[in-house]
Design a protein around this ligand. Sequence first.
Ligand code: SAM
Length: 291
Amino acid sequence: MAVQVDDRLPAAIGAPAQYDPDLEQLEVGLLLEGIFKQYGFDFRSYAYASIRRRLWKRIEAEGLTTISGLQERVLHDPAMMERLLLDLSINVTAMFRDPGFYRVFREQVVPTLRTYPFIRLWHAGCATGEEVYSMAVLLEEEGLYERSRIYATDINEVVLQKAKAGIFPIERMQEYTENYIAAGGKRAFSDYYIAKYGGALFSPSLTRNVVFSQHNLVTDSSFSEFNVILCRNVLIYFDKSLQARVHELFYNSLAMFGVLALGSRESLRFSPYEDSYEQINGPEKIYRKVR
Ligand SMILES: C[S@@+](CC[C@H](N)C(=O)[O-])C[C@H]1O[C@@H](n2cnc3c(N)ncnc32)[C@H](O)[C@@H]1O
């Protein structure tokens, strides 16, 4: 049984005991404002508890002692911003993550997709691309890949480069094979990769119909109309107002009867668009736009 990696850091990582929480909040606000003004990355509406833990992780790693100290370094050193971006954008992912999701997608979404002449999918916040390759495998096995176009986006250019390369850690193949089988995979998972370049190199045919591109859910707008939008394990890092903004973006980017897939800890409940969707599958967080 594969261990599910939790995206959250242990609560123990944080400010030194004597740090004044009000001052900490002030400094975090100033730092995030500075990052936005200097680099255009807008983390101002990300969930505070998660952001502060990640800032402290970077402060520790750099041998600093205060958030203001980190601010000074970040604003003057783009390389530091790149390192911090990796911390803040939390790229934990896996192939066939939550296998039940892929099984339900096969059983309850694929039959509708079969009726379309052409299928447009958007993976928003795709990280290093494991879920994109997983979806490509699924569509291939269902005979739909040839008429699909997958747009795979993330805020972080570094992870997108890894996604494009399609080389994943060989030591995770055992876990991914188990996920693939539990997800209803129809072949041998090893058919899709070869051992090369010190990792598992996935077949380039899986990205034939994939466009990888940088897109920021906070500041960028809709760029097409989709039949399926997958945004899993991204919205948990956003506060309510930012979640609402992103739901508006998804609603405006989905065709009527299009499918929205969220992560296991996310939902449409209490979003302004709750009534615009019906549930296809509750536990797997799959919804259909109906109005
Ligand atoms: C935990 S990963 C989820 C990866 C994958 N969707 C999954 O479920 O396994 C979250 C991803 O969201 C991306 N992300 C965070 N903020 C974003 C934003 N504003 N716009 C686009 N992507 C963002 C991060 O860079 C990261 O790669």
